[in-house]
Design a protein around this ligand. Structure first.
Ligand code: SF4
Length: 175
């Protein structure tokens, strides 16, 4: 049986894609991922044509439909959502069994919401998952998702592994 496909934030796979060019690669986490899964790395921000390094982004306006705007005031929402939709369409054609996405990212945050700010006041007006994470959660309802903190070890890591393997067995049984 093939290993289950796992959608992964490319920065967690060790790719140099972060806004600050800093590595967030954890060898132990990656060993766990590659031992049990076939990773599908993807960085929406770089796929949208943004450089490394780049200005960091935050989410603004509506918590239900936030906009991704960088510290120069440039709104990247349209470019980001275009590549994110294309990636979700691609993933929908694959037997994806889960996702490991980077925490605290305006694109990828999937387990804990991050603040959404009011552009006028600069104050937080709500919270949201990252833009790509929101699309993933909507398209793959019920699929196991985790960030690097969830998979740091212990019971949560075991639970995630079992949940992804269960999805994988289920999808293999249906083919
Ligand atoms: Fe790219 Fe997501 Fe990692 Fe940010 S968190 S660098 S958008 S993969």
């Amino acid at each position: 049986m093939d290993k289950p496909l796992l959608c992964v934030s490319a920065c967690l796979a060790g790719e140099n894609v972060r806004y600050d060019g800093r590595s967030v690669f954890h060898p132990g986490l990656w060993e766990f991922v590659t031992e049990h899964f076939t990773p599908l790395p993807f960085c929406p921000e770089v796929e949208a044509g943004l450089p490394v390094p780049r200005q960091p982004m935050d989410l603004f306006d509506s918590p239900l439909s936030p906009r991704a705007i960088d510290r120069n005031g440039e709104d990247h929402t349209f470019a980001l959502t275009r590549v994110m939709r294309a990636q979700i369409r691609r993933l929908c054609g694959l037997p994806v069994c889960g996702a490991l996405l980077k925490s605290r990212s305006p694109s990828c945050a999937v387990c804990r919401r991050i603040p959404v700010f009011d552009r006028e006041t600069g104050r937080a007006c709500g919270e949201s998952f990252g833009l790509f994470a929101k699309m993933f959660l909507a398209a793959f309802e019920g699929l196991p998702v985790a960030d690097e903190h969830v998979l740091a070890g212990g019971k949560a890591r075991e639970e995630f592994l079992h949940a992804v393997l269960a999805r994988h067995t289920f999808s293999e049984d249906r083919t």
